[in-house]
Ligand binder design. Structure first.
Ligand code: ZN
Length: 59
């Protein structure tokens, strides 16, 4: 089942309508890291990864 993180749920103030998807959690987190760079986040810390994991939803 594809997994998804809705950007605006992670950063409600961003107004970002982007959703990051991945077939696996690993792929999803990789895509999320890429998308985070578009928001100027260059360093993906383990804490941030843990935070992102809590926003993962199944599609
Ligand atoms: Zn975004």
């Amino acid at each position: 089942m594809p997994k998804v993180i809705h950007c605006k749920r992670v950063v409600p103030d961003s107004g970002c309508a982007h959703s990051v998807r991945g077939a696996t959690e690993e792929e999803l987190l990789r895509n999320a890291e890429e998308h985070a760079r578009e928001h100027g986040i260059v360093e993906i810390t383990p804490e941030l990864v843990e935070q992102l994991k809590s926003f993962i939803e199944e599609e």
